[in-house]
Design a protein around this ligand. Sequence first.
Ligand code: GDP
Ligand code: MG
Length: 229
Amino acid sequence: MFHLVSSLYTQYTKREQYNVLILGLDNAGKTTFLEHIKLLYSTPDSNNKQSTQDTTSIIKSKRILPTVGQNTTTIKYHSDENIVYNNINLKFWDLGGQKSLRNMWSRYYSSCHGIIFIIDSTDTDRFQECYETLMTLSHDENWGDENNNYESTVNVPILMMANKQDLPQAIDLVTLKTGVFIQVVSELEATDSKLLPVSVLENQGIKESLEWLISRLVYNKANKQPEYR
Ligand SMILES: Nc1nc2c(ncn2[C@@H]2O[C@H](COP(=O)(O)OP(=O)(O)O)[C@@H](O)[C@H]2O)c(=O)[nH]1
Ligand SMILES: [Mg+2]
């Protein structure tokens, strides 16, 4: 009885926290996304109040260097339209995307609740490498646990972002879905994942993407329990 009461108390007084990995090849826009998220959601009151123009020009004036190691940030998610999700913390991990750093990613899989995989929609030369990276990630042996019978298939939602859609040479969503990525996108979209068009620099699609991800993190709660902070 005490345990029941104390766990109910914890549930009502603490915030749910979900860990989200930001992955993708180097130069995809991972750090730019994280920096933009920080500006948009750093304090509950500033949420979405800064205009798109403001945050985009701040981001553009920052010098974002290639990531070595990791950047993390925790935001208190807040949405005026969807108050159901207002008591949630998201902790983002931006891990380096260079080839030498990618084999470190799997160390984080067991403690993550969701993945944002960023694709540079203009980098056609590396689409094949990007596809293979996504395939390797979604079938990594570290996904196996008692809940999915030790099958090495990803058991958390993956939000795939087709980034840099502001650039004229960006490949559009339909072409991406039917081209090199067809197998991985259809395989993942059959589970709990989605490919969305964004520009993390211009703040296009960030809000919609986060809303989708949060709804899936909450849906997947029984499978991957959030932390309480
Ligand atoms: N035009 C455009 N450039 C972007 C966008 N996102 C990132 N970039 C640029 O792509 C480069 C790599 O971004 P960065 O965030 O460092 O990539 P990371 O290696 O994945 O962390 C930088 O020059 C960014 O300004 C976007 O949505 N549109
Ligand atoms: Mg980076």
